[in-house]
Each structure stands twice: as C-alpha cells, then as structure tokens.
Ligand binder design. Structure first.
Ligand SMILES: [Zn+2]
Length: 332
C-alpha cells in the first residue's frame, strides 16, 4: 500500500553544496528521488498545513550555510530520550504538530513511552548509521508507530527497514514539522555515516559529540577529518545533537590536550553542573565546539604542536594531526 507522494521527497541540489562535494571539478546535478510514503502515516487533520508547506520555490541551487538561511526555517524543538547506557535518541518536534521525527532509535521502549506520555505520533525516522545502538529499536517501533524511515544509502541493506536511501546532497522535506533537512556525508566512524542538518540543528549521530567525535571504526583518519571539517563549516549557532553522553570524558581529554584553555575549564564546570542535575550535556553549539573540541582544532597552533610532540615528529597535515589525537584518546 505505497503510493508516491511529492510531499515526502528528498530534493537533490541542482548544484551540490561545497559541504558535500567530495569530488573535484564541476559538481554534477543528481537525479531527483521520489520517495513513496505509506498513506496511513498522513493524518487528515494536517492536510491543510501540509498543503501550504508543500510549496517550494523552484531551482534552489545552494543552501546558504553562512547566513543560516533555509527554505524552511521552522522553530524546532529537539528533546533527548536517554536509551541504553549512554545513548540519546533525539525527538525533533515543532510546537504545532503532534507528529515528530525520531532520530536513531537504538531502543524501542523509551521512545514508545515518550510518545505515549506526550500524545505524539511518529512522522519519520532518521537514521545516521548502521550500529545497533542507533537502529536496534526500529523494527519494534515500526510495528506500533509506522512511518517512513530515512537512512544512509550505502548501509540500508545492512540496517533493514529503510524506505528512503539518502546520501550527501539529498534534501528531505518533513512537512509535519515544516522543515527541510540536508544530508551530509560524514564517513569515518562508519563508511556510510550521514548527518542531517537544518537551520540551527545538526543531527550528528556518532560523527560529532560535544567536545569529542566518534571512533574511526571503518574509515581512515583523513576521511574522518574531512567529515569533521564539513561539520565545522556549519554556522556558529548550529546546535550539535550527537548520539552519546560522553561529554565529561571528552572534556577530560580536551583538557589533557590543552591544559590552559579557559573555554574547556568553563565547559567542564557547566557540564558537571548539568550532569549533577541529571540533565543531558548536549547539545553544544558549533561556536563552542570550535573552542573546546580537540578533534575540530587541527589547525590551532598549540594543538598542532602538542600532537607533533606526541608523534615525535613535526605534523602539518590535518589528517595526521587528527589521527594522532584520535589514537591518543583511544589509548587513554
Ligand atoms: Zn556508532
């Protein structure tokens, strides 16, 4: 019972944004994908609003990350549902909709409880990568809360349940929250890892955490550093919703790399207060991340010197500097 619906489709950019363009030379247009959506996920009550939001200006060529201007710039609320030992499942909502997007449901029960408590339904699932702690709850949730599932094209077969295979440069419009997300390729933690970004909100999965980043399981250090450079280029005010509560350990490492950093010391105090009060330490902003996250600071002279000292040789290549820091953190 699937039928095409133009209101749930990823739009390809006529020209791929520089943040996704991993190839040299002129960018090539990508074919528009049409994603079928189960009719039952679209309640009647929202149709007027959906019809209004379904209009898009034609020929959007780029997204202006620098100014933060987007086609849809809804005020989104993003709530944390803690799951497993230290995962966050992010729930993306807008205040005039009962439907939400569920990001990386590693576990079903806490999401189901959150939906029931708040009288919400699922409008879509967004998946960043194939790891079980990000997709383990999907099958069970779909049984009671069917909705389209968006996920990384190259990991879709491994994940299962993916209706819409997306990759860097795709755009997906979620009309139930009045928002268009762009998909960014961020390989490194896994090879097919993607992130979803819209005005002020980055759903980063295990690519970027507060004050840290994911381990490089499948890709190379160069790949991961390139992915992080892509995320670092987003606007200052972008809030980073990563998949794990690792911030205190991350900040301890950041302080080992930069013992004299006032910004890191202030972040440690703030995060200790938040955690003592039982609050998530996420999200941070990209403006702050550029100051406190050693994995985004390969071009800081002090960080470069410290990494060089650790390596026992002069480092200049960003991928090498990142790699030394990543190995150091993995060993600590
Ligand atoms: Zn992972």
């Amino acid at each position: 019972m699937y039928r095409p619906d133009h209101r749930f489709r990823a739009r390809s950019l006529a020209r791929r944004s520089e943040y996704n363009d991993t190839q040299s030379g002129p960018a090539k247009p990508r074919p528009t994908k049409r994603f079928p959506v189960p009719a039952r996920t679209r309640p009647r009550a929202n149709r007027t609003r959906r019809a209004r939001l379904s209009h898009h200006p034609p020929q959007i060529e780029t997204i202006d990350f620098a100014s933060g201007r987007w086609q849809h710039s809804a005020m989104l609320e993003v709530k944390a549902v803690p799951a497993l030992s230290d995962n966050y499942i992010w729930i993306v909502a807008s205040d005039d909709s009962q439907q939400v997007a569920v990001v990386d449901p590693g576990e079903a029960a806490p999401v189901a409880a959150y939906l029931a408590e708040n009288g919400l339904e699922v409008g879509a699932y967004l998946i960043t990568h194939h790891h079980g702690d990000h997709v383990g709850g999907l099958k069970s949730l779909l049984a009671d809360h069917p909705a389209p599932v968006y996920g990384p094209a190259t990991e879709a077969d491994r994940i299962g349940h993916i209706d819409h295979r997306v990759a860097g440069g795709d755009r997906l419009t979620l009309d139930f929250i009045g928002t268009t997300f762009e998909v960014l390729d961020v390989p490194g933690h896994t090879l097919g890892h993607i992130a979803y970004v819209t005005d002020g909100v980055l759903l980063a999965g295990d690519a970027l955490f507060r004050a840290g980043c994911g381990r490089v399981f499948e890709g190379t250090h160069d790949q991961m550093q390139t992915s992080l450079a892509r995320l670092r280029a987003l606007p200052d005010a972008t809030r980073v919703y990563g998949g794990h509560e690792y911030t205190q350990k991350n900040l301890a490492f950041a302080q080992a790399v930069e013992p004299d950093s006032k910004a890191i010391q202030e972040a440690i105090e703030e995060v200790d207060r938040l955690r003592a009060a039982g609050q998530p330490s996420l999200p941070g902003t990209l403006a702050e991340e550029r100051l406190i996250n050693p994995f985004l600071r390969w071009d800081d002279e002090g960080v470069r010197a410290t990494a060089s000292q650790r390596a026992g040789r002069e480092l200049t290549d960003p991928g090498d500097i990142f790699g030394v820091l990543r190995d150091w953190k993995d060993a600590s």
